[in-house]
Ligand binder design. Sequence first.
Ligand SMILES: CC(C)[C@H](C(=O)O)[C@@H](O)C(=O)O
Ligand code: SF4
Length: 476
Amino acid sequence: MSGQKPRTLFDKIWDAHVVETLPDGTALLYIDLHLTHEVTTPQAFDGLRQAGRRLRRPEATLGVIDHNIATDASRYTGIVDPESRVQVETLERNAAEFGMPLIPLLDQRQGIVHVIGPELGRSLPGMTIVCGDSHTSTHGAMGALAFGIGTSEVEHVLATQTLLQKPAKNMKVEVNGTLPLGCTAKDIVLAIIGRIGTAGGTGHVIEFAGDAIRALDMAGRMTVCNMSIEGGARAGMVAPDETTFDYVRSRPMAPKGEALERAIAYWRTLPSDPGAQFDTVVRLEAGDIAPQVTWGTSPEDVLPITGLVPDPEAAEDEARREQMRRKMQYMGITPGQRLQDLKVDVVFVGSCTNSRIEDIRAAAAIARGRRVADGVRAMVVPGSGLVKAQAEEEGLDRILREAGFEWREAGCSMCLGMNPDKLTPGQRCASTSNRNFEGRQGPGGRTHLLSPAMAAAAAIAGHLADVRDFQPKGTV
Ligand SMILES: CC(C)[C@H](C(=O)O)[C@@H](O)C(=O)O
Ligand code: SF4
């Protein structure tokens, strides 16, 4: 390969999957893994049916039910909401008719699509991975090119196992140094979005690099890549390394033995070459990051927990001033208020951003030996049945329940208002999810995005709180 132009991780995965490039640069890409869920597949399967087509590669497709389901015992007695029930039953019927592998709702491996892909060892380094879901970027943490697609593209991939894609620009977000006490991957990615804004990554695929990213475990890398979409990027990724390979080794559906070793030898060739060109480079110092929390209705409305609600009058132009006033009115907050004084009604630990075992351990470490404040409803929703089982084996459910948290079944839950777990109008929620726009967690609900440890601290305090004031009691 000597003499070849140095390439980025993204370039390499792209090049390895191009079936054909059109004159305008658009490429037909081969897709290694197509994940599906109940929300964005019904019309796609209808389209196939009408055209008399089958699935091109059922074995490269995996379905799971996650958005529309209850996370309490009522999941065992059937879905009450008719629209939700129809979506779930439609996916089940389509999977049976088209021979698509589907994880049944009551299977222990069921969970949020972006949690189970890596967890089961289906999402692997070097792959192209798509799903009719914007947070498919999560799987980029494996060192894969993973992005969300629309329903018509879902149909295209089901029928052909390929996808037309315009080339993206390369962006590097480098985070160096050591994260201070109390800070996590969630704080890194919120700080990045605070810096670049929700449009900062537009047209780019972000590679997260630097020693603070290298130091993250796979769960942390997934949290960061998950939210790259909230920074406007097409996808986010982290180059595969020993942390990645160790993670893959223990996954049930990952290659084993000789096949795995051969795969690892290939995966070692994927990291960006020295001298590879990035169109945009952003650098952050991990040491400057403090525990983050959003105050407004966009993930870029983020501040350190020690901050004050900003003053719209200080904004540069009238349009922004007006926008900020509206956000504050919706959020029920006033300029100059201490973020730490904002009382919370609900605390949600879950979603594909933060529902892995590491996230639950982080919440339990703060909850241990403490009590959820009076009047606060706090819930922990594991990202999958396997995460739930692991947490129970570690006794985390007991710690959380004793502290007054609800311990639920796996699903998207209160991340979005599509199932029974919803905020009621005016409720304020400390949430480990990734979106905080108006009504996201239920009509009129007010969302503050933060890390699992920060969420647990808010549950105990009854208001947004600085996790650094809540050091763990004993070990979990
Ligand atoms: C329902 C689905 C299409 C949607 C997405 O694409 O992200 C959801 O997962 C979300 O987080 O809003
Ligand atoms: S957990 Fe939230 S962000 Fe993730 S797939 Fe479900 S609804 Fe979308």
